[in-house]
Design a protein. Structure first.
Length: 265
């Protein structure tokens, strides 16, 4: 029997997974949540696959021992595409991953040309190749690694100004590729990116639709916890792997997401 106060653990390299938490709140408002951000390891996109896999598995192991979650969600495309298999082998609890929303994008596109924005580590994964081969047959998928968008989303949530040129460069990274002007649907393959979707919309123009996986992840968590009791015995909180002024600056944003205090692992 699952303990009613056992939390759902949402894990990301930074604050990108808040886009998943927002969707989870809509469907499971009663569920206790710990939001864990590995800000000491940020950014993941520039690390090697081996570094990411070892780091994610190790951290989730420590967090699982300490907080006894009922389920863990890797709310990070980079970590999921690289470390999901290893984490599932190591931890004895349900693990929900995050995968680029190529399947729904392929169903939505009218032009047949899809853009994919992710970290450099995500866009080079064989996992993405397999999703393309399975779900985007007859379509064209153009990829662009946009690590600047991760930093932009983090800065935006700290209340800092962001240079609009960051979003223009991301748009140019896709548009300037062969057939890039035909893109009408863009997969946001990093959970940070929906946090700056409005700015990306201005850079790409009104004819482009964005799609990401946060709603699907929330539905999956609902399915896996169906029939379980929930009881929030203490306020939800955010867990960081490094302290600092940048963490303190996030407190107002975290509070808006129902994360009322900050802990350091």
């Amino acid at each position: 029997m699952t303990e009613p106060s056992a939390p759902i653990l949402l894990f990301d390299s930074g604050v990108g997974g808040l886009s998943v938490l927002a969707e989870l709140r809509k469907v499971l408002p009663q569920a206790p949540v710990i939001y864990a951000a590995d800000n000491a390891g940020l950014p993941y996109g520039s690390k090697t696959e081996a570094q990411i896999a070892a780091r994610v598995a190790g951290l989730l192991g420590r967090m699982t021992e300490r907080y006894r979650p009922r389920l863990a969600c890797i709310a990070c495309n980079t970590a999921s595409t690289i470390a999901l298999g290893m984490v599932r082998e190591v931890l004895e609890l349900p693990i929900v991953g995050t995968v680029p929303a190529i399947k729904p994008a392929a169903a939505l596109t009218r032009s047949g040309t899809i853009g994919l924005l992710g970290t450099e580590a995500t866009i080079r994964q064989g996992y993405v190749d397999r999703l393309e081969a399975e779900f985007a047959v007859g379509k064209r998928l153009l990829r662009y690694g946009a690590p600047e968008l991760v930093a932009a989303a983090e800065a935006r949530l700290r209340g800092e100004p962001v240079d609009p040129a960051v979003f223009s460069r991301a748009a140019a990274g896709l548009r300037d590729q062969p057939d890039g002007q035909a893109i009408d649907t863009i997969v946001l393959a990093c959970t940070h990116f929906p946090l700056v979707e409005a700015e990306l919309g201005e850079a790409f123009g009104p004819e482009v639709r964005f799609i990401h996986g946060a709603e699907g992840i929330a539905r999956r968590i609902v399915h896996l916890t169906e029939g379980q009791p929930f009881a929030r015995t203490e306020p939800d909180f955010a867990l960081f792997t490094r302290d600092g002024a940048d963490v303190a600056a996030l407190a107002p944003t975290l509070a808006r997401f129902g994360l009322e205090r900050i802990e350091i692992l």
